[in-house]
Design a protein around this ligand. Structure first.
Ligand SMILES: [Zn+2]
Length: 395
């Protein structure tokens, strides 16, 4: 063990601090470097604790914040060094760890790393022979969304559209299916919170299923228009933010207020689409938390049809494997700027925040996402148009 004073000397010589991705550099040590020069990367400081042990820190973009300490970085072996056995500890400033370490050679295929958590630090060991990506979840960056949308559009009747640009000028695109005779809209939203990757995976699976073009899905798109915005916070995604956009604002507290470029451009799209008899009949917003949870509007809220979400969740429960637990959590939080609440209050229809567990098995996420899409299609087709119209005097 090196003494504290020795370590401090080392620290001042070797440790570098960087405050934002824009200024991303390497943290270079004798044998290894930690790099953040790619989208979604996040690391705020590095320190060498001993010959082979490094302490890395992640800090929030701003505070107060609902803490979801994200980290993503590349670890590289320096030229002179051969194989290195190293130990990495990750610590989040003022927060407990949330995301468990994964590694990848190409940033596409990921593998869980064995780890221990002690004193709020996650520690794991690596045998380093080449450059590795380490991240709290699989990396899904902005470019991946754009290429995925283009693939879906090529293979289905959906069209990729540009909704606008983020605060920092990144494209916010969507997928749309719109027939001239349709008046009812399904809305699907994702990635308001950058590190919520399991929610992002579920959205991709859900939309892939919806775009399959089966007989039932064709019937669905003949009656319903669909707008999908999979990645509302590309600046936050690029910067590896814990939760906020580039202005330090939680987008899921801005609905109805529309102070942010990202939420305001969706509002502008609604204003443009929802004229005359055009109306939203259901909306779904994908997130992640500790468990799989469906945040619904209460059945006695001013939304129609009152049992819609319950009926849909019953279908999901029947159709999914028994290892998936359907947890409905009805609730209402007026005035907080939450998307689901805004849709319910403004359009008098149900909306659901679909939360996937951070550690839910990826195969299960895929399965649940496609069942959720199939059963929603059925549930919406079974609901007559007038049933989606709220009436205070309805039974
Ligand atoms: Zn969220």
């Amino acid at each position: 063990m090196r003494s504290i004073s020795h370590r401090n000397t080392l620290l001042s010589l070797l440790c570098c601090l960087f405050s934002a991705n824009l200024y991303a550099k390497s943290c270079e040590f004798k044998a290894v470097s930690f790099t953040t020069s790619f989208e979604t990367a996040k690391l705020n400081s590095c320190e060498q604790l001993s010959d082979n042990h490094y302490l890395l820190t992640t800090d929030a973009e701003n505070r107060p914040i609902n803490p979801s300490p994200w980290y993503a970085f590349k670890v590289e072996l320096n030229e002179a060094a051969k194989t290195q056995q190293i130990k990495i500890s990750i610590q989040a400033k003022q927060s407990k760890p949330r995301y468990l370490p994964k590694m990848s050679i190409d940033s596409k295929t990921w593998q869980d790393l064995p780890f221990v958590i002690k004193d709020n630090q996650i520690t794991f060991e690596l045998t380093l022979t080449k450059t590795l990506f380490i991240a709290g979840q699989e990396i899904i960056n902005n470019a991946q969304y754009l290429s995925w949308m283009s693939e879906v559009a090529q293979a289905s009747s959906f069209t990729q559209i540009k909704l606008g640009n983020s605060t920092l000028g990144r494209p916010i695109d969507g997928l749309i299916s719109q027939n001239a005779n349709n008046t009812e809209w399904l809305l699907i939203l994702g990635r308001q919170h950058p590190p919520e990757v399991t929610g992002a995976l579920a959205l991709l699976g859900f939309v892939d299923e919806l775009a399959q073009g089966t007989q039932l899905q064709k019937a669905f798109l003949e009656r319903f228009n669909v707008l999908i915005v999979p990645n509302l916070n590309p600046d936050g995604v690029a910067a590896g933010n814990w939760r906020h956009n580039s202005k330090g604002i939680d987008l899921n507290r801005d609905w109805g207020k529309f102070t942010q470029v990202e939420t305001a451009l969706i509002k502008a799209k609604f204003d443009n689409l929802l004229t005359g008899s055009q109306r939203i009949v259901f909306a779904l917003d994908f997130h992640s938390t500790q468990q799989d949870i469906f945040y619904t509007m209460p059945t006695d809220y001013t939304v129609a049809p009152s049992q819609f979400s319950n009926d849909w969740l019953s279908k999901i429960k029947t159709e999914t494997v028994s290892s998936f637990v359907v947890r409905p959590k009805p609730g209402s939080s007026p005035g907080r700027g939450v998307f689901k609440q805004y849709i319910a209050d403004k359009y008098k229809v149900h909306a659901v925040t679909f939360e996937l567990g951070d550690n839910t098995q990826r195969e299960l996420i895929n399965h649940v996402a496609s069942i959720a899409a199939q059963t929603l299609v059925e549930q919406m087709l079974e609901t007559p148009p007038q049933a989606f119209i709220y009436s205070a005097t309805a039974p």
